[in-house]
Design a protein around this ligand. Sequence first.
Ligand SMILES: Nc1ncnc2c1ncn2[C@@H]1O[C@H](COP(=O)(O)OP(=O)(O)OP(=O)(O)O)[C@@H](O)[C@H]1O
Length: 606
Amino acid sequence: MGFILDGLDVEDYDRSYGDRELLRRIGRYFRPKLPAMVLVAAMIVLHSLTQSAIPLLISWGVDRMEQGSVSDIGWPLAGALLGIGVLAWVFNFFRQWFSAKVTGDVVLGLRTDAFDAVLERDMSFYDEHPSGKIVSRVTSDTDEFANVVTLTMNLLSQVLLVGFVTALLFFRDVQLALLTMAVTPIVMGTALAFRRVARRTTQHAQRSLARVNANLQETMGGISVAKNFRQEATVYSEFRPINRQNYAVTLRQGFVFSGIFPVLFLVAGLATVVLVQVGGSSVLGGRLSAGDWYLFLQAVGLFWLPLTSIAAFWSQFQQGLAASERVFALIDASPRVVQEDAQPVGRLAGRIEFRDLTFGYEPAHPVLTRFNLTIEAGESVALVGHTGAGKSTLSKLITRFYEYSGGQLLIDGRDIRSFDLREYRRQIGAVPQQPFLFSGTVADNIRYPRPDASDEEVRLAAMRVAGGDWLEALPDGLGTDVGEHGRALSMGQRQLVALARLLVQDPAIVVLDEATASVDPLTEAQISEGLDVVLAGRTSIVIAHRLSTIEHVDRIIVLDHGRIIEEGDHAALLKAGGRYCEVYNTYFRHQSPDYQPGTGFVPVAK
Ligand SMILES: Nc1ncnc2c1ncn2[C@@H]1O[C@H](COP(=O)(O)OP(=O)(O)OP(=O)(O)O)[C@@H](O)[C@H]1O
């Protein structure tokens, strides 16, 4: 069992809602659909009425035949049955049509809300939860919920049918009707007992599907790395147990679910046997007409099927509730980045001050402790330090992707928590090491931060980056399709697009993680030139990987284990012979144009 359930634990944002709370939430999505639902209800009533009229008509026919007048009623009876059959078909058609519309609209609403929630989540959420699992909540879980909505509509119709048939049975013969009813609690009781186990196995199945999705998503994302390192076998061996687990869990779910029907049908079959026996002797004893007996057997047939599906419905209903619970948990996941106010931001000058700031991805392991740093408006700062020193962490706090636990982060002297977050982020230009491009053209990507930017603005922005020479290397210039994730462009070209995109955004503060990937000297020169233009007049924090950057910034900050251990400009720091020289020797020395292997070390004072 251990293996089967490994890794299927709840996510930390999962929560349990009471059934009533869940139904109330679901009800909110149905409320706007009330008129369509009234129509569906009307169609359900009419359909159930016509369906229960059929055995009634036939039983009347049987009684008449018994009295020897078959030729009188043969054709009218056949005509009436055909008419009622056609009516039942029409009512059913409209019921299905309207209920498909209601279901579609409700799922549309739920999925939109789930997607909005996904967009709203903090970056920390994405660090902690694999994107495949999140995708699974937005897709499979909302689908699961849709199934339940359809089922609920069917159930309503079946409840009505059972209601009509029960009334009919009591009307014809109270004793036989009571006998039929006696079995009902057994059927319902079996279904209720089944309810718990069904819900649990379903949750496991949903979680294991989410694991499969997460694994697939990661594999697709890193397929080039896997192929590069010839790790296909490892990827496969990681996927195999997850896939096997999904198989085992789904099989178990199937086993549990398929268990209920044979049990319910057995109970129903035994009850029918009793009714045939008791009803048959009543007919022979003259207490019941052959038509009534026929009606009973037909009605019982009509009665059991809905009853068993009502009972089985419980488990499927639970399945849908579990799915909706997961979607609501995603929608309700509480944000960690909390703004205390939503003050208008205005145009920022860009002064940044970390004041006694404490932060850790996990509270128990702070990355920054009482950290202090002031960056003046318009200043360019390079962050250097060994891996894990805390460089990206500083940029993630400025972009407000993460919440800090102590101290203050002030922008232009104002608490970052007091800003309208959307407005604030519009003035922060963040460029990751590998700029992400969306499918579309180069122009679409440059326009991304401001969709209303004119073609001319886009062209000017592109021209300002290295004089626009880089566009000549693209087959269709600005109209070139960048492919999925920008794969049709070289890494250097993607960086140039990202720089032009920043110019269109026109942020007050730029946070840039320089690419480590080497590009050809021409593109390198174009990127350097582009950077000069983009960073001019803005506060810039560059996680520096290029020698040309550290040589040109106003100030270099050397970080180590979340502390500033040195700061100053390139020349002064080299002269000081401190920790900066170590970093220089490790990361930048070989980028010098006069570099010869094994030379260019700067002495480090002991
Ligand atoms: N999402 C995360 N969850 C948990 N810990 C993290 C996360 N991101 C970074 N850390 C930890 O925080 C510390 C600082 O990491 P950070 O990414 O800021 O370093 P860095 O100086 O930018 O390193 P690099 O040059 O390798 O990008 C490291 O110990 C790292 O392991």
